[in-house]
Design a protein around this ligand. Structure first.
Ligand code: CP
Length: 317
């Protein structure tokens, strides 16, 4: 790994390496994460141009557990508000000897642009770009599924809600197909389903009862109003009636199905509290696993940078 920008087209062995490396950081109990010296002397810069609770905090914790120095640039208070360009900001951070940029940006493609511009010794990790990709979220979701289901073979996974605007869903669909899931179902109203769903390797359902039948994993997504044309915005009450997950609808999935959500959750819009806080929910476990998965991605990217600097390997994206 050199940069980690997308799950699309990555080899299965690399995704499995990320999951195995993450598992090596987790103690037997599954919650506590070891502190290791893998990034000692390295500087990680969190560049979040969009709001975040989970991703930013777990990247910061992951970098600390890897013994890196961490700088969280406060974009609102940075010189970008005085007209400094993104490139000039990057050059200045490189002059502070940054080794890694963790980037979240409202524009699809921004981390790819940054990865093309940085000096060869800097790694770039995509922490979510527009509606395009959120690869570390997808990998922590894959870790969660593997943890609870033991693997991907034979699994039917339903992703429900606003798929059209979801970078998480795109990265999950790629990762699930690469890792060998049996079926990926996308469930939502026609207006919130991507036209390219089938070419992505997913089956589309507009009827939630049909889509949830016998699935092993249910992943709920919120309405992403910040990326939505207001003409597409359904009424929240109607959306909950048709596509919100409550205990009655969850009965249609397999009896041991798990319920996931990348967060933030909107209670009573896409998920009822009885499900979000219920026994089948692994939503907070996803957050915990995110620390180890981000440690894995960061440590693999730094070692990939060091290898390519010594001319040993090429740069996967
Ligand atoms: N899942 C996720 O990306 O959450 P945040 O926006 O809080 O980082």
């Amino acid at each position: 790994l050199r940069h980690f920008l997308t799950t699309e087209h990555l080899p299965r062995s690399l995704l499995e390496d990320i999951l195995d490396t993450a598992a090596s950081f987790v103690d037997v109990g599954g919650r506590s994460i070891k502190k290791v010296p893998l990034l000692r002397g390295k500087t990680v810069v969190n560049l979040f141009f969009e709001s975040s609770t989970r991703t930013r905090s777990t990247f910061e914790l992951a970098a600390q557990r890897l013994s890196a120095d961490v700088l969280n640039l406060d974009i609102a208070k940075s010189a970008t508000s005085k007209g400094e360009t993104l490139l000039d900001t990057l050059r200045n951070l490189e002059a502070m000897a940054a080794d890694m940029f963790v980037v979240r940006h409202q524009d699809s493609g921004a981390p790819f642009f940054i990865a093309n511009e940085v000096t060869p010794n800097v790694a770039v990790i995509n922490a979510g770009d527009g509606r395009h990709a959120h690869p570390t979220q997808a990998m922590l979701d894959m870790y969660t599924i593997r943890h609870y289901k033991g693997g991907f073979e034979g699994l039917k996974v339903a992703i429900v809600g606003d798929i059209l605007h979801s970078r998480v869903a795109r990265s999950q669909i790629h990762a699930l197909n690469i890792l060998g899931a049996d079926e990926v179902r996308l469930i939502g109203p026609k207006t919130l389903l991507p036209v390219e769903a089938e070419s992505l390797g997913a089956t589309v359902f507009t009827d939630m009862a049909l889509g949830l039948k016998d699935v092993d994993v249910v992943i709920m997504l919120r309405l992403q109003k910040e990326r939505m044309d207001s003409a597409l915005l359904p009424s929240e009450g109607e959306f909950f009636r048709l596509y919100g997950l409550n205990n009655d609808k969850l009965q249609l999935a397999k009896p041991d199905a798990i319920v996931m959500h990348p967060g933030p959750i909107n209670r009573g819009v896409e998920i009822a509290s009885e499900v979000a806080d219920g026994p089948r929910s692994v939503i907070l476990n996803q957050v915990t696993f995110g620390i180890a998965v981000r440690m894995a991605v960061m440590s693999m990217a730094i070692s990939g940078q060091e290898s390519s600097a010594h001319g040993r390997t090429g740069g996967e994206r």
